[in-house]
Design a protein around this ligand. Sequence first.
Ligand SMILES: [Zn+2]
Length: 298
Amino acid sequence: MNYRGRFAPSPTGALHFGSLIAALASCLEARAHGGEWLVRMEDVDAPRTAPGAAEGILACLEAHGFIWNGEILWQSRRLEAYQAALDDLRAKNLAYGCACSRKEIAERATARAIDGGLLYSGTCRHGTPSGRLPRAWRLRVENADIDFSDPIQGTIRQNIARDVGDFVLLRADCQFAYQLAVVVDDAFQGITHVVRGADLLDSTPRQIYLQACLDYAQPEYLHVPVATNAAGEKLSKQTGAKALDVEHPAANLVRALNFLGQHPPQELAQASVREVWEWALGNWQREKIPRCQWIRDQ
Ligand SMILES: [Zn+2]
């Protein structure tokens, strides 16, 4: 089998330590399997995309010695493909228009979804109320368990209908949802293995479900622990994560290798980026990754 992995950052800000961990783990797993490693810019959410962030992320990856295969795939240039996938789902009667306002959804919701949002009550499942036009498009989900086996996180099981509900594919602000874009692009790029942070663990069953609806192959999934700050929050732009210092790429890589349980010799932090990569490629052991979802970054 030809292994093909990927790193897919969202250009909402600069690359920080949390994203370096995901980039490094996905790249080393791909190389350890003699596979390819692709980079995809997940800029499908135009309102959240920060000007210049994508270019900054790519420059930062290069400064840290990452070498990717092929061209960068930009989600902002893939809107026709997402529309085609939505049309396919509509043709199969798996997607429906939803006319509900945010207020109506909140008023009718009786439970919370696994991501903390509100479970959609299904008002428009069998057609929008008369005189109302669809604002968003949702996937009609069945009451069925989705499970998959993750080498680090074990067996993950989710019932999409109970835990997530009929989720959004095209938002009311005309932006395609992350869940649809990522599934269409993983299939388009022939991704066989997705290695990413455990903060996306709850999204994976939805993506597996969508792959089945669209007749796509299902990649293997591996979720590495996510770095949190002292308050236990995931490192992100929103929680004030610092941009990676591109003056010290070797030290950053060594810190990320330590986080991933690889424990290289400490003097490697003073070595060149090339030497760190040589050590990492020669010594990478997936079995050493800590089997948890969150680790407080020291
Ligand atoms: Zn609705």
